[in-house]
Write a protein that binds this ligand. Structure first.
Ligand code: CUA
Length: 331
């Protein structure tokens, strides 16, 4: 091969590499990391991306050079020369990718193992998913449950995930970690938040009509803020966990129903602003519709969409508060 050809191939390769690098760096593909686990995942992505850019540059250079250099001339109908392969070249283009892929596997395995390791003394929070809400139970004697996830910064947290109905999936983009929540088995997820702020839990498994609304807030606060939240006195704790409003939020009612006092306007299920009790006492009808939602189906809606789990997932006090909240909110 002539020296001029080598120079041209090198220039094509460098140009392709620069182009691919710009696409990788200038487009904000990922949210800013907010956890140690996400930092490691980002490292894995960049490690892989750099290798991919290198391979892309070599392949692109060979293709561009070949297309330009060996282009058929007009009127040239002759066959190309017969080629029987090149053993040396084949060994090289098998061995180098094998080494690179092995390196990616090793880095990924190390990151996976580290991201699964919660250390000696993590905070353990039990997460319960159901159509279409998340609930969090915090450690300690008080057994605080809440519809929002509050985490102290720079402390490892181990989430245990359960589902009451179908498969859901827990994901906070800024935390990186993701896990399916599968009925019948308990999955776990380790998160070590590094940046204070407010994020959003997204359900990433299509779990029913309200799937897109199955979100819950996450707040990463300092140690004092977390203690304050647990003590139930902090401003992050919000209102009484057993108030009708709190139950409406934590049970995920707003994911499907419009209800003005709660500021929700979802249309998966019937609006709760003007409930028609069909000639029955309003309170009875509302309670029945919560615990046995298929008994009466509002005109224009499908049966078996609303979960039938609320009789077991809410206690009598919470059910009562929720019914009162809905009855009082009638227009
Ligand atoms: Cu739960 Cu999608």
């Amino acid at each position: 091969m002539r020296r001029g050809s080598i120079v041209r191939i090198t220039i094509y390769g460098v140009l392709a590499g620069i182009l691919a690098s710009l696409v990788a760096v200038l487009v904000p593909w990922l949210p800013t990391s907010a956890s140690e686990e996400m930092d490691r995942i980002e490292f894995t992505f960049w490690f892989t991306t750099v290798i991919c850019i290198g391979v892309f540059a070599v392949v692109a250079a060979a293709i561009v050079y070949s297309v330009l250099k060996f282009r058929v001339q007009p009127e040239d109908d002759s066959d190309g020369p017969p080629i029987h392969g090149h053993t040396g070249l084949e060994i090289v283009w098998t061995a180098i990718p094998a080494v690179l892929v092995t390196a990616i596997s090793i880095v990924s395995a190390v990151v996976l193992a580290k991201n699964d390791d919660a250390g000696p003394n993590p905070i353990r929070i039990a997460v319960t998913a159901q159509q279409f809400a998340w609930e969090f139970e915090y450690p300690g004697d008080s057994k605080i449950t809440s519809g929002q996830l509050v985490l102290p910064v720079n402390r490892a947290v181990k989430l245990t995930l359960r589902s009451l109905d179908v498969i859901h999936s827990f994901w906070v983009p800024e935390f990186g970690q993701k896990s399916d929540v599968v009925p019948g088995i308990e999955t776990t997820l380790v998160i070590t938040p590094t940046r204070r702020g407010e994020y959003s839990i997204v359900c990433t498994e299509l779990c029913g009509l309200g799937h897109a609304t199955m979100r819950a807030p996450v707040r990463v606060v300092d140690r004092a803020g977390y203690e304050k939240f647990l003590a139930g006195a902090g401003d992050v704790a919000g209102s009484d966990e057993n108030s009708g409003e709190a139950v409406f939020t934590s049970a995920g009612c707003g994911g499907c129903h419009a209800f003005e006092p709660a500021g929700t306007d979802a249309q998966v299920g019937p609006s709760l602003n003007e409930i028609d009790p069909r000639g029955r006492p309003l309170e009875d009808y509302v309670l029945e519709s919560i615990v046995d939602p298929n008994r009466v189906i509002a005109p224009g809606y499908q049966p078996s969409v609303m979960p039938e789990t609320y009789e077991s997932s809410l206690n009598a006090e919470q059910l009562d508060a929720l019914v009162q909240y809905l009855v009082e909110g009638q227009q």
